[in-house]
Design a protein around this ligand. Sequence first.
Ligand code: GLU
Length: 414
Amino acid sequence: MASALDSALTQFHAAADRLALGDSQRDLLTAFKTVFQTEFPVEMDDGGFRVFQGYRVLHNGARGPTKGGIRYSPDVSLDEVKALAMWMTWKCAVVGIPFGGAKGGVVVDPKSISAAELQNLTRRFTAEITPIIGPDQDIPAPDMGTNAQIMAWMMDTYSMGRGYTIPSVVTGKPIAVGGSEGRYEATGRGILYVLDEHLRDSGGVRGKSVAVHGFGNVGGVAARLLHQAGARVQYICDKDTGIYHPEGVDASSAFAFIEAGHVLADWDGVGQRIAPSEVLEAPVDVLVPASMEHVVTEANAERVRAPLIIEGANGPLTPEADEIMRRRNIPVIPDVLANAGGVTVSYFEWVQARQYLHWREEQVNEELRRLMVAAYHAVWSRCLGESGCSMREAAQWIGVERVLEATTLRGIFP
Ligand code: GLU
C-alpha cells in the first residue's frame, strides 16, 4: 500500500495542478525545512539501556513558527512523520493560525514500558530535539500515544535546560502548568462544530446517526460530544472491539471507562459486540474515521454506506478511497479542516502562555467555534462554481495558496 507521504504528495500535486503551479513552486512547497533523526539511549527499570529511534520534521515555516504533535507508536516512520508535518502546514493555513507545520515521533509502544521509563524516554528525546524546538521556533503537542503528562515532562526538560520556566514551548499541557481550558477536548469539539455547521440546513447533528471509528482523544471525545449534542452514536470501536446499539451507545459512559484506563472489551454498557472494521461500513448518516491513517482504502471504500464522511484522524482515507467517494457522490470533510480544532486551541494555549493569561473555557470554545466555522465556510465557498470540486481539494487549495502567498511576500533569503 502507498505510504502516508505518497498520499500527502498526491493531494498536494492535485492542488498544484489546479492552481497551475510551476516546478520550482512545487519543489519549494514540498521541501522539508528540517529533518531531524536521532537514535538515543534510555535507562530502563532493570538498570540497563535501550536505544530508541526518534524523529522531528519541520515542513514549512513561511507563516510562522512550526507546530505539530509528537507521536509515540511502534509503527511510526520518517515518511509518516513527513506526511503528518506537511498536513500540519496546510491545516494551520486553512484555519488561519500563524503557524507552519511540523511533526515528531518515537518508535515505541508507550503501553509496553513503565511510567518511569516513559518519563526517561520523553526527557531524553526532548533533550535531543532541544536545538530545533522553542516557543518562537517549533512547538510540539500531543498526538497518538502521547498526552498532557508527557507534555509537562517536555516543558520541564526544555525549561531546566534554559534555567527558567518556558510554558509556551509545548501545548497540550496540564492546566496546572500553563495548559488551556478546553485543549483536551478541542479536536473532538472542532469536529462537532464543523459537522453541525455542515448539517445546519437539516437541523445540525441532533438526531443524526453516527459511526465513530477510533476511541482515543479524538474519536472518544467526538463520540461523547456528539452523544451529548443529541446525535445517535450507533457505532463506536477501539482497536479490538466494536459496539453497536440502534438507539445510540452511551458514548459518555463508554469514554469515561476508557479514560479510566480500560478497553472497550471490558465495558459492561448496553450494545452488541461487533468487529471494529464493521464500524467503517455502518449504515449511518455520518461516518467519523478517527483512529489513524489509511483505514478506508480501495479495498473497503465501496462498502462504506454513510452518505457523509468527516475525517477525525489525519489521512484516514487514501487518495484511491477519496476518488471512490467522489464517484459515489459521498462528500468528505477533510482532516485539515475537520480535525484542526486541536491545533487551534493549541494556538490559544500558546498565546495565553506567552501572555501569562488564563482564558475561561467559554471563551476558548467560542473562539474555537468562530475559527472552525469561518474555515468551513472558506472551504465550502471555495468549492462553489468549481465543477466536481471536493472539500479536500478546496481545503488543499486554500492551504497551499496561503503558504505560497506568505513565501512570495517574504521572498527567498538571501
Ligand atoms: N496532533 C494534533 C494534530 O494532528 C495537534 C497538533 C498541535 O496541537 O500542535 O493536529
